[in-house]
Design a protein around this ligand. Structure first.
Ligand SMILES: Cc1ncc(COP(=O)(O)O)c(C=O)c1O
Length: 417
């Protein structure tokens, strides 16, 4: 019937789980409960097939070959650029730069935009819950040109202290770089408000959003957010490793110098002078991850067909149940208890070390992450070395939660006695 959107049911989500071959393999003699999607997502068969096909049917180098095979591969590669632009609501595929991952995307902005536009004493605001990928590139700029890093504090419930943010904005503020969804806490940050406030303070302040965790858990629209840059990584979006994305507004990208030099990013080269192609090509020196970019297109087709709203609703329902059940376990402390959360739960136990808990969970077939989650300053702020983190994906189900709960109960019996 026209105009009626079909919502996937829980049965549909059970079916999607069968799309992920690795989830069918037993782990330590148990059914695998993969709860480390925030670190890297498992791959659906559609992505595995696209990767294989890109290698065994359509493979050639791109952009430069006049022969049909190269042209087909180029078309498939560039089709992913258009899919990414549509998926995140960019105005044009020319605003999509392929990088190796989020880390490289942020380093690109720091080194290209930052080194060109910043001087000693200029201020960049980040938050206390950033992944190292959104801290260290700015610290390098501090060492290289003397910029000053200012940090939005994190409140005890794992949300940002937005009043403190207001106080950090100053006449020296040039850039804000902020994580959309915390990989360690699951907190969904009010990035629209941050962008609006920064730009109201000074329209020239630029904002980068680290969308590594948000693109995987919820719909994202960069124009709606009003950000200048947006970075994410393919392997967390059910795609392959080795490919990431930097979105940048076209005018900004075209005003930025290349970050790396080499083939495919130039217009002409002579020993006297080299001229560069417009964005995005000027930021894609050398042969890219061709097959992986094509397979990222398959990953986007896959999640778009399910619908990011539906994925968010499915994970939201499981998250509520996971939190409710974990809260019944004595001695747990939770990190990231604010109202807006994606499918990530972080906790410590007063009866056991996170690594010991994770090892017992592993014996029960449950894969969780422990440690600082590449957020050492955040962990220091909470006064812990690390946490146990369980994170959900579109393939997660109630059985995963039951396995996790059985594992945590066993760990409590063994370690807490
Ligand atoms: C919020 C966030 N930012 C950045 C990264 C870095 O991603 P990558 O290692 O793929 O560059 C991660 C990965 O865990 C992340 O969760």
């Amino acid at each position: 019937m026209a105009g009626v959107v079909k919502m996937p049911s829980q049965n549909d989500f059970a079916r999607y789980r069968d799309d992920f071959p690795v989830l069918a393999r037993p782990m330590n003699g148990q059914k695998l409960a993969y709860m480390d999607t925030a670190s890297s997502a498992q791959k659906p068969r559609a992505v595995i097939d696209a990767l294989r096909e890109a290698l065994d049917r359509d493979y050639a180098n791109i952009h430069r070959g006049l022969y049909a095979l190269s042209q087909t591969t180029t078309q498939k590669f560039e089709a992913t650029r258009r899919k990414v632009a549509d998926f995140i609501g960019a105005s044009s595929e020319n605003e999509i730069v392929f990088t190796r991952n989020t880390t490289e995307a942020i380093n690109l902005v720091a080194q290209s935009w930052g080194r060109t536009n910043l001087k000693a004493g200029d201020e960049i605001i980040i938050s206390g819950m950033e992944h190292h990928a959104n801290i260290v590139p700015w610290q390098l700029l501090h060492d290289q040109i003397g910029i000053v890093l200012k940090i939005i504090p994190v409140l005890p419930n794992g949300t940002l202290d937005m009043d403190a943010f207001d106080g950090l904005l100053s006449d020296r503020t040039r850039f804000v770089s902020i994580v959309h969804v915390s990989n360690a806490l699951g907190t969904i940050n009010p990035v629209e408000t941050i962008i609006r406030k920064a730009k109201a303070y000074n329209a020239d302040i630029l904002v980068l959003v680290d969308g590594s965790q948000s693109v995987t858990h919820m719909p994202v629209n960069v124009l709606g957010l009003g950000c200048d840059f947006f970075a994410f990584t393919g392997h967390k979006l059910y795609g392959p490793t080795g490919v990431g994305v930097l979105y940048g507004r076209a005018a900004l990208l075209n005003a930025m110098p290349p970050y790396q030099g080499g083939g495919d990013m130039i217009e002409t080269v002579s020993f006297a002078q080299t001229t560069y192609k417009p964005a995005p090509a000027r930021f894609e020196a050398g042969t890219p991850a061709i097959a992986e970019v094509i397979a990222l297109g398959a990953a986007i087709d896959y999640v778009a067909a399910i619908g990011m709203d539906n994925i968010a609703a499915h994970e939201g329902m499981l998250l509520a149940s996971l939190v409710e059940q974990l809260e019944t376990v004595p001695g747990l402390t939770f990190y990231g208890t604010g109202p807006d959360k994606a499918g990530i739960v972080s906790f410590t136990a007063d009866w056991g070390h996170p690594s010991d808990i994770a090892m017992i969970l592993d014996q029960c077939g449950v894969a969780v992450r422990t440690g600082h989650h590449c957020c050492m300053p955040l962990m220091q702020g909470f006064g812990v070395e690390g946490t146990v983190r369980a994170s959900l994906g579109l393939y997660s189900n109630v059985d995963d939660i039951i396995s996790l709960m059985n594992g945590v109960t066993k760990a409590h019996k063994l370690l807490g006695a």
